[in-house]
Design a protein around this ligand. Sequence first.
Ligand code: PMP
Length: 429
Amino acid sequence: MISFEKSIAAYKEAVKLMPGGVNSPVRAYKNVDMTPIFIERGKNQNLYDIDGNAYIDYVLSWGPLILGHADDEVIKALKDTIDKGTSFGAPTLLENKIAELVQKFVPSMEMMRMVSSGTEATMSAVRLARGYTKRDKIVKFIGCYHGHSDSLLVDAGSGLATFDINTSPGVPKNVALETLTVPYNDEAAITDLFKRHGDEIAGVIVEPVAGNMGFVPAKKSFLQTLRDLTTKYGSVLIFDEVMSGFRCDMRGAQHLYDIKPDLTTLGKVIGGGLPVGTFGGKREIMKNITPDGKVYHAGTLSGNPLAMMAGIKTLEQLNQETYDQMSAKLDRLCTALQAAADKNGVTFTIRHRGTMWGYFFNKGPVENFADVQKSDKDYFTRFFQYVIQRGIYLAPSPYETSFISTKHTDADIDKTIEVFSDAFANVEK
Ligand code: PMP
C-alpha cells in the first residue's frame, strides 16, 4: 500500500476552505470513497503527489495536456512571454496567430472569439444562436456536458452524472424549460422533437464524440440527422468540441465525421494547460457578436497573452505523425485490456478514437446515457482504488474519458496493461 498521509492532512484543511475541499467537484474523489490526491508537480506523462508517489497520468488535466506536463517548448515560450507582462486588455499579435492556427485545424471557424474556459465558449455560442435566430429553445443530449452555464445544466454528464444531479438547483425553471433534451444517438427522438418544436429551436448543441458520460462516440447517421434537421428548420448546429477538438482527430470530430457545424466551441488542448476556450464558425453568424452586432460578448482576460502562447506552442507541435503514434498506442492498450478482462471474466467494453479512450464495466454496445448507467459503479470504485495504488492515474468517475499524450511510451502502455490485468484478476467482482 502506498501512503497518502500528506494528501489526507492537506484535505482536512481544504474542506474547511472550499466546498468538498476542491475547486471542481469530481476532483473530490467522493464517489470513489477516497480523499483527493494533492499534486506537487507533473513532467511529461507523469504526475507526482505531495507524498512522493508517481503516476502514469491518463487524465492530463482532463484533456488539455496533449504534450504531457510541462512540455519543454511550452514552458520556454511561457517564460519568454511572461517577461513582457501578463495581461494588457488590448490586442496582441498572439491573438491573430492563434486564430490563424486554429483555422488551419478547423476551417469551419471562419471567425472566432477567445474566452477563458469551455463554459464561456458554450454559453456564448448558445447566446449567439439565440440572438441570431431570434428563438429561445436549445436542444441538448442527455449525458452531454457543456460547462456550467444555466441553460446547459439540464440532464448533463460529468460531475452532474457522477453526483446524480438532474438539473442543478439554482437554474431558474423558466430557463430550464427552454432547454429540450433527448437521448444521444437517437435519430427518431430528435426528428420527432423537431417535428413538434422545429420553428422554436434556436440551436442544437452536441458533443460529436461524447466524453462526459464516459466515452461514447456518435453514430455518423446521428450527426448527419442533426445537420439535416437544423438546416431544414433554420436552427444553428453547434459542435461542442471543447473535449473532442484536437483529440478524437487532429482536426476534430467535424473532420472525422466529415460534417460541418455552423458554430464550434473549443477549449482544453487549445490552451495547452492554461485557461482558454473559443467559439466560432460561419462569418454570417459571428458578425452578430459585439461590436459588429448586438449579441454581447466580452472578457477582461480574453486572449490573455500567456494563455495564447501556451496554445500556440501546443498546436504548433501537433502533426499527423504524432496522432498516428498516440492512436497506435491506444489500439494496443485497448485490445490488450479487453483480452485481459475477457480472460478474467470481467464484463468490460473499451474503445478509443484518436487520443481519447474510455471503458465501461458492462457489455456493449454503449450508445447513450441509459447504456452507460448499466455500468457496474461499485466495481468501478474497487477497480479505481486498486489501480491508483499501483500508480495508474485515471479519472475518478465512470462518467469521464481518459486521454493519452505524445509523451506516453510503450513501457507505460505495458505497465498499464499489467496493472489492469492484475486488477481484473484480484479486485472482488
Ligand atoms: N464542453 C465540454 C464538451 C467539456 O468537456 C467541458 C469540460 N469538461 C466543457 C464544455 C466546459 O469546459 P470548462 O470546464 O473549461 O468550463
